[in-house]
Design a protein around this ligand. Structure first.
Ligand code: GDD
Ligand code: MG
Length: 338
């Protein structure tokens, strides 16, 4: 089996967190995000033959650095660097010569606990050329909306539709199973989008295209709000694969604190994630927040519903509420932000 993870985007909507860190490396509950995606693929690797192609373009070295042998645990991961971004379908065409059978494609920013095995079985049983995993969401505006017929075949695809274009609520979850013939429809060597270019073409091709609706946990982590949500959801055990008791360190039962963290007297950490080498001085309160590695929060400061990037310094007695700070931000003593 082969999987392509599309991890070449710049993560613009997740700035400032993605200025120095590509989306696959941004941590969720202190684990690089890509580890959660690799976990999805392990159950499919029964015969030890799963090859994971990682399509990279933005800061590829940083992604390669987090993929050591211990993490991979037998999965074979091959980075494929695009010297210029080729678009979501261009990235698929780029690896066409290596594809030998059904290809799984994952958008590199979706957190889910879906079991892909039954999806693969249905794809094969239906002899589909392409199966798109779909999820139902209340607000479809940021996604690709997919209309199905009664037999589960895809009739229409509307990427980020304007209001009133469709009443369907099933969206493209960014997980595809594709047969090689689909990749042959993508022109070579140019930027080409799966959503805007390839999919309309597939619809007119007459190939059997199916939607497979899942009720698994699913979230696109690509904005600061959803990034914080992803951390909270993992902490609360909303993903079947990651029960809260599997976390290495918990304080109030709802937080994850890296082992190399200093917590001084009277510190409280509630429903939050604290990264490695952070230093929280006396009386600091961190609530519903993510504090990335190497940050220092001086005495008496309060951080609520916020995300602090790496190496942030929050001055004493500051109050932060609902803010997102990029790496190395400095907040002076007694500041009030948010
Ligand atoms: N290799 C490569 N090259 N990857 C790319 C490129 C590129 O040029 N452009 C984007 N990607 C990767 C991104 O890194 C991301 O993992 C994935 O493709 C999707 O790009 P996003 O920019 O996050 O797209 P989106 O969230 O607006 O919309 C997509 O995902 C939704 C679900 O989360 C679409 O596929 C929607 O239809 C879908 O509903
Ligand atoms: Mg996205």
């Amino acid at each position: 089996m082969q999987t392509l993870i599309l991890a070449g985007g710049k993560g613009t909507r997740l700035r400032p967190l993605t200025l120095h860190t590509p989306k696959p490396v941004v941590p969720i509950a202190n684990r690089p995000f890509i580890y959660y995606q690799l976990d999805l693929l392990r159950p499919l690797d029964v015969t030890g033959t799963m090859e994971v192609l990682l399509s990279l373009s933005y800061q590829p070295r940083k992604i390669e650095e987090v993929l050591n042998q211990e993490v991979l645990g037998g999965l074979v991961v091959s980075p494929v660097v695009e010297h210029q971004p080729l678009g979501t379908a261009g990235a698929m065409r780029h690896i066409r010569s290596r594809v030998t059978g059904t290809l799984i494609v994952l958008n590199g920013d979706i957190l889910t606990d879906i079991d892909l095995r039954p999806v693969l079985q249905r794809h094969q049983r239906r002899r589909a050329a392409a199966t798109l995993v779909l999820v139902n969401v209340a607000d479809t505006r940021a996604y690709g909306v997919v209309e199905l017929d009664a037999g589960g075949r895809i009739r229409q695809f509307h990427e980020k539709p304007a209001p009133g274009v469709t009443t369907a609520t099933s969206i493209n979850a960014g997980i595809y199973l594709l047969e090689p013939e689909v990749l042959d429809l993508i022109p070579e060597g140019c930027e080409y989008s799966f959503e805007y270019d390839l999919f309309p073409r597939l619809l007119t091709s007459g190939l059997p295209l199916y939607g497979d609706i899942t009720d698994a946990y699913w979230l696109d982590i690509g904005t600061p709000e959803r990034y914080r949500q992803a951390n909270t959801d993992v902490l609360q055990g909303k993903l079947r694969r990651y029960p809260p008791e599997s976390s290495p360190a918990l304080t109030d039962g709802g937080s994850v604190i890296a082992p190399e963290v200093t917590l001084k007297g009277g510190v409280s950490v509630i429903r939050s994630v604290i990264g490695a080498n952070c230093y929280l001085e006396d009386g600091v309160h961190v609530v519903d927040s993510v504090v990335m590695a190497g940050s220092r929060i001086a005495e008496g400061a309060v951080v609520r519903s916020s995300v602090l990037g790496r190496g942030v310094h929050v001055g004493s007695n500051s109050i932060l509420h609902n803010v997102v700070l990029g790496d190395k931000s400095v907040v002076t003593d007694f500041s009030r932000l948010g």
